[in-house]
Design a binder for this molecule. Structure first.
Ligand code: SF4
Ligand code: SF4
Length: 104
């Protein structure tokens, strides 16, 4: 399943550069599917949170296809990143998502 960032987040930004899918954005930042992927959809979407750093679930593969563990979780100093019960996906789903994002 994709991960999400809860209200414990202090917006330190440490997780952002760890994401292999560019799925993590600063509070209030617009985002696109094309950022950091092989997709050409550069439609700008509204921020998911104005209050703290957020994860775009359509771009989060829980790091499947890149790493054994979610990289963002391991660097978060306040344990603010958790599985999102609203976006449950199997490992196979996550691998297929990674292949859709990166074309490989
Ligand atoms: S789990 Fe991996 S893919 Fe998902 S937001 Fe964190 S670093 Fe990015
Ligand atoms: S590492 Fe944790 S506290 Fe820092 S921006 Fe990411 S989710 Fe927020």
């Amino acid at each position: 399943m994709a991960l999400f960032i809860n209200d414990e987040c202090i917006s330190c930004g440490a997780c952002i550069s760890e994401c292999p899918n560019t799925a993590i954005y600063d509070a209030g930042e617009t985002w696109t599917m094309a950022d950091g992927t092989a997709l050409d959809d550069d439609t700008e979407h509204d921020p998911i949170s104005e209050d703290h750093t957020f994860i775009v679930s359509d771009k989060c593969t829980e790091c499947v296809g890149f790493y054994d563990e979610p990289q963002c979780v391991s660097v978060c100093p306040v344990d603010a990143i958790h599985p999102d019960p609203n976006h449950q996906e199997s490992k196979e789903d996550l691998l297929a998502k990674k292949q859709r994002l990166h074309g490989e």
